[in-house]
Design a protein around this ligand. Sequence first.
Ligand code: MG
Length: 316
Amino acid sequence: MTDEPIAAGAGTLADWRPVGLDPSFADIVPASARLVHQATGAIWSEGPVWLAADGAILWSDIPNDRVLRWSPDAAPAVFLAPAGFQNGHSLDLDGSILACSHGDRRIERLSLDGTRVPVVDRFRGARLNSPNDLVVKSDGTIWFTDPMYGIESDREGHRAESEIGDCLVFRHDPATGELDAVSDWLEHPNGIAFSPDESTLYVSDTSGARLPGGNHHIVAFDVIDGRRLADPRIFYVAEPGLADGFRLDEHGNLFTSAGDGIHVVAPDGRLLGRMPVPEVASNCVFGGRDGRTLFITATTSLYSVGLAVRGATRPR
Ligand code: MG
């Protein structure tokens, strides 16, 4: 399925408007903001990462087993295929790219020449299920989710039995090689991100996509001593759809995918407003030369919208 062309999108959507529900929303998404359809041709887009040094976005087209690239200066193109059915991407402290591979059931490092090097692939001797999304903490530890979406069928990986028998959230310390399970509280853990001060970890549960009456919410955990999680509570319920992936801005507002676009949620869990997207959104990432552009992966496409805020940066 890897021969389908990736092409430029339709450009600025003239009739598009953000939907504010709270007065503060206009300070985050200006009323003048417009959604731009940047690229199309994927089956299912996910896992965007902004490469500041390169001025480009990479994102996954999982069912086509490829990673795509977009920049303001070049036509959208295939960056890597096959790609080990990569899903989520994030930058390591040194700016290199870390990826979740469904196909090889591991966290791996992706170089700009397309080389893929394993980072961690087993928990107590058992293979991981299919790591979905990841984030790197300021101390260099890698936190990731490990649901079974990549081993349930051959659509987004290779069908296989789970060796772990559960869907866990993990913390990996590359300095020691340790891999710790930090939560078994979610049915199907998926998106993952820290608050700007790293005192809170947000993890979504997307079991609603598979289990009758399943979850479609984001859970907030307290981070204890930088390495354990405590006091899980439901932070936000995505309606409609699923909070598949999300990022936070510099003020701690959370930008999550949902069935109707991107929802902007305040640190206290209030929905401040929405950015409608014409296709089902999966994830987003801050980027652009000014750091104030939100790139949105949504089904076949990549979209962008200019904001009044920047993405959260790690505490130093
Ligand atoms: Mg995901």
